[in-house]
Write a protein that binds this ligand. Structure first.
Ligand code: UDP
Length: 239
């Protein structure tokens, strides 16, 4: 249709948790199908789409500590986990949505993914390919939230969409306290000082310094992603 999107280039952060669907671990085929269709709806509006993938559904660096694996090694394991999710999403996007997709990995593994090269990522976006950023920042002691802020800045994304399981930002965790109040809009500084855990502080600071607005929305509600890029009211905005 003739409706024009409000944002032409967006970065979506998908956590590993989302990939697990209703389970605690692994990759849900239902989620892959669902998210592929959701992304297709943006794609059909001509939006340039980059995605940063989490890995928590498979491995988090800190989990290694419990089994005697040092933090840095555990973090590398976590980054490899994000590559597994990235390949699953690429496959689903191509099969379900027929969208050309490239996986760019911050850790070189040429047989499975292109190495991350900033200018190449931008070129892919301009050519209408969905770009999936894998392996976080490539460095231990960071998170994929920080990777999403970094990549959003690098590709000059106009909006960072943080996909969550709740409708947006609340004064408290709405899953734990039903009296938690919804916050429609908040400044970066306020979110940081009130310790509202939209993303970790490193990621938030990075977005603040580079003036990248963060939209927190419920990924489980069909149509939310599209609403976000069309500039319709959805989720909570940090700016
Ligand atoms: N990780 C890392 N550096 C990065 C990104 C991720 O070391 O730049 C590791 C870290 O161990 C993290 C794991 O990869 O726990 C999976 O990423 P994350 O926990 O951010 O995934 P999510 O919570 O989004 O599922």
């Amino acid at each position: 249709d003739a409706e024009k999107p409000e944002y032409q280039r967006v970065l979506i952060k998908l956590s590993g948790e989302a990939f697990a669907g209703d389970e605690d671990y692994g990759i849900s085929p239902d989620f892959l199908e669902y998210i592929s269709r959701e992304i297709k709806s943006l794609y059909q509006h001509g939006v340039q789409i980059a995605i940063v993938i989490g890995g928590g559904n498979i491995f988090r660096g800190v989990e290694g500590l419990e089994i005697g694996i040092d933090r840095a090694t555990g973090d590398y394991m976590g980054m490899l986990a994000t590559v597994i999710n990235a390949l699953a999403l690429q496959s689903a996007l191509e099969r379900v949505a027929q969208i050309p997709t490239r996986v760019l990995s911050a850790i070189e593994m040429r047989q499975v993914a292109e190495p991350y090269i900033r200018r190449r990522a931008i070129r892919h976006l301009e050519k209408g390919r969905v770009v999936i950023f894998a392996a976080g920042t490539g460095n231990p002691f960071f998170s994929t939230d920080t990777a999403s802020a970094l990549r959003a800045a690098e590709i000059s994304a106009q909006l960072l969409i943080k996909a969550t399981k709740v409708d947006g930002i609340y004064t408290e965790d709405p899953l734990k306290n039903p009296k938690a109040e919804f916050i429609e809009e908040i400044t970066y500084l306020e979110a940081i000082t009130r310790d509202i855990r939209v993303m970790d502080h490193t990621a938030m600071t990075m977005c603040m310094e580079n003036k990248i607005p963060i939209l927190v929305l419920n990924i489980k509600k069909p149509g939310n992603l599209l609403k976000a890029v069309m500039g319709q009211k959805v989720g909570s905005l940090v700016k």
